[in-house]
Design a protein around this ligand. Sequence first.
Ligand SMILES: [Zn+2]
Length: 257
Amino acid sequence: MAHIDMRQFICRSDNFGLLIHDHVSGATAAIDAPDANAIESELRKFGRQLTHIFVTHHHADHVEGILQLKELFGCKVIGPKAEAGKIPGLDIAMGGGEKFTWAKRQVEVWDCPGHTAGHIAFHIPDELSVFAGDTLFSVGCGRVIEGTMEQMWQSVNQFKKLPAHTYLYCGHEYTMANCRFALTLDPDNWRLQARMNEVEKLRAEDKMTCPVTMGDEFKTNPYLRLDDLAIRNTLGMAEATDLQVFTEIRTRKNNFK
Ligand SMILES: [Zn+2]
């Protein structure tokens, strides 16, 4: 399938705005709506009409632009069933395991509880793209706010089944801080060192560090590498369960300065 056009930009302070556009049908979807004005100006730049918003979770920095964009474009809002009451302007509520068709492509919805109780992710296999919201970040994962560590661990685990050439799109530009933290657990991982160098260079030039392939994440993201012996030895947790290692890493990150 001819690839869709992805336009990503940073808005607010560190949110990714993302527009996906299909040349054939003219459909354009925003992944979340962090900032209506920033999204509108990006659309105007390319003369596009917003037809859909795919919402990952109810946090203000992901939904605040919805009503203004709906007013401007009359777009359809698709979001998490389990947070339906918290998503302004929601038209179609979807839950894990459900699928829908957008611009002739199948979109799979995954339940990803943990960061919020009803967080969902969107996967478009035909475009080799997954939209993870605040569940999985490059070299990191979201803070566990409404769910349990076990739920978040399972939510993150789902991404391990993706083909390595799938592109990960996420909700925030947090990669630099995530790399700094990951290096405390996995200091001898040369791929992580290389990612850190790349990220420093990109950020110094004000460029974005995402999307990134899942293959790169499998080699650098500590939450996808719970069985790695070097990481386990650093933590003194060689014999622990994956969930125990996940919980220790996520807890350390909460306290990392
Ligand atoms: Zn959030």
